[in-house]
Design a protein around this ligand. Sequence first.
Ligand code: ATR
Length: 280
Amino acid sequence: MTSPDYAVFGHPISHSLSPRIHATFGKQTGITLDYAAIDAPADAFAATLARFADAGGRGANITLPLKQDAFGLCAQTSDFASRAGAVNTLTRVDGSWHGDNTDGPGLIRDLTGRHSLDLRERRSLLLGAGGAARAAAHALLDAGIGELVIVNRNAERADALADSIRDPSRVHTRYWNDLADLGSFDLIVNATSAGVARETLQLPFALVAPRALCYDLSYGAAAFGFVAWARAAGAGKALDGLGMLVEQAAESFAIWHGMRPDTDPVHDALRAELPLLATD
Ligand code: ATR
């Protein structure tokens, strides 16, 4: 059996759409590639990645819960990945890993490109402080949002993220238990992995300002709970992260193969299979 050139690592990983997305991009651009999904619990990740590299692995995508661990395994990281402290794209360069983070650009492309949304000056709430949240925070601040309030179940992790951003006039943290007292937001991003674990977040409707945009970084059934909550609360737009998934994949593909694929056909085909809500 030959080893794959490219792979996505995560835990759990069996339902990842990345192998299919990259295979479709390969067909579209005429690039032959072999892209696999590799399950790696956090304590086995470094060894699993090293075996992949030894067998000729050239590039990897990293998903939860390994994005901050992946950052630590890189010899070099891009400016954005360094700021986020999280990596979702690894490229083998001269026998070591170069780390990029395409989640941030992928999120912004989906919001401002596909959905033509203006993010500037939006009062924003970020739920979560893990690897995905870190990239989202930096990308949204770069895109010109107003105040960013970060709330995480583990408050210390939220504080660490806010401290690392070094923008105290715009970025604040609050406790999860105080969510009902924070007022309303024009943008609410769910970057927790609660939905992936099929857990439900208890969120007050009062968080959602009229015409607010609510966005879950996960997609499919994992985002159903948040999207349903946002609609019930009267959000102007409630989206899952399917568009971000396809856009971050295209950015990774461009890093590895020097060509950016057309994302719309891939996104539209997946959306037809993965409605925003079970009832859509
Ligand atoms: P990812 O790469 O997706 O960010 P991660 O680094 O494991 O994955 O981060 C998961 C995030 O989801 C964290 O912010 C986590 O909160 P803690 O830091 O307190 O663990 C958050 N999370 C997971 N399950 C949650 C739940 N049931 N309620 C609230 N937050 C949850």
